[in-house]
Design a protein around this ligand. Structure first.
Ligand code: SF4
Ligand code: FES
Length: 261
């Protein structure tokens, strides 16, 4: 399956034509994708594709062009195509990104673009991994409101703007797994909850309408919980929602030491 790998550097003789169309550039980009088919392969291989693209295209658009015009067997997940569903996290030039939010104009298209599945989760096919271990950790932290009392009949649970602000950042998670699968501790320790589970625990630990923060703090005080974090900041760098994940993990650690949110 693998074809010869090569660059797109014009000086190296690669067939690159860059045409200006107003502010939009058109060019041939080389995308090198790590392919794996469990039915026919022992190990993944890299395969390169040359694709006509525009600077306004995203990595997801290039993957679509490959799938629709060159090789229909290419497997990847995507749904919304607008950074909301979290299904197309992948490693792009070695960094975890959403394919639908990564514009070609922000990459160096004089070089090939390397695309592979996120790490630390079982590889199923091409760019698709088994997300079950990721969601199992997420479920373990009880990522839902647990309140002992009912709101006043016909009324909502009231919360001040200041109280809502405390956990606003962690409400933005789209469960893409870019953070967890960029974490070296998660790669080497299949038991660590990982940053995404901690982010989603944080979202309820600091919600003053919730009554079970202690339950989550106890879960995260486990040997596979927050203390595994080595503060590498990979997670924060990878998050497509800009969530300050390392800070959220630090706040959960502080809450455990205080014994309360
Ligand atoms: S915290 Fe960010 S990177 Fe991690 S799963 Fe949520 S949205 Fe994705
Ligand atoms: S396809 Fe939904 S976030 Fe990228």
């Amino acid at each position: 399956m693998a074809e010869e790998m090569h660059g797109v550097d014009p000086s190296a003789g690669h067939d690159v034509s860059v045409q200006e169309m107003g502010a939009v550039q058109q060019f041939t980009v080389t995308m090198i994708v790590r392919r794996f088919d469990p039915e026919t392969m022992e190990e993944p291989v890299w395969q390169d594709f040359d694709v006509e693209a525009y600077s306004t295209d995203r990595v997801l658009d290039v993957l679509h062009k490959i799938k629709w015009e060159q090789d229909g067997s290419l497997a990847f997940r995507r749904s919304c195509a607008h950074g909301i569903c979290g299904s197309d996290a992948m490693r792009i030039n070695g960094r975890n990104r959403l394919a639908c939010k990564t514009l070609l104009k922000d990459l160096d298209i004089t070089k090939p673009i390397y695309v592979e599945a996120i790490k630390g989760l079982p590889l199923e096919k091409d760019l698709i991994v088994d997300m079950d271990p990721f969601f199992a950790s997420y479920r373990e932290v009880n990522p839902f409101l647990m309140a002992h009392s009912d709101p006043e009949k016909g009324k909502e649970r009231r919360q001040s703007i200041a109280a809502r602000e405390i956990f606003d950042d962690t409400t933005k998670c789209i469960l893409c797994a870019a953070c967890t699968s960029s974490c070296p501790v998660f790669w080497t320790d299949g038991q660590y909850f990982g940053p995404a589970a901690i982010v989603n625990a944080h979202r309820f630990i600091f919600d003053d309408r919730d009554d079970e923060a202690q339950v989550r703090l106890k879960i995260l005080n486990d040997k596979e919980g927050v203390w595994r974090c080595r503060t590498t900041f990979n997670c924060t760098d990878a998050c497509p929602r800009g969530i300050q994940i390392t800070q959220a993990i630090a706040e959960v650690k502080q809450a455990i030491m205080r014994g309360r949110p």
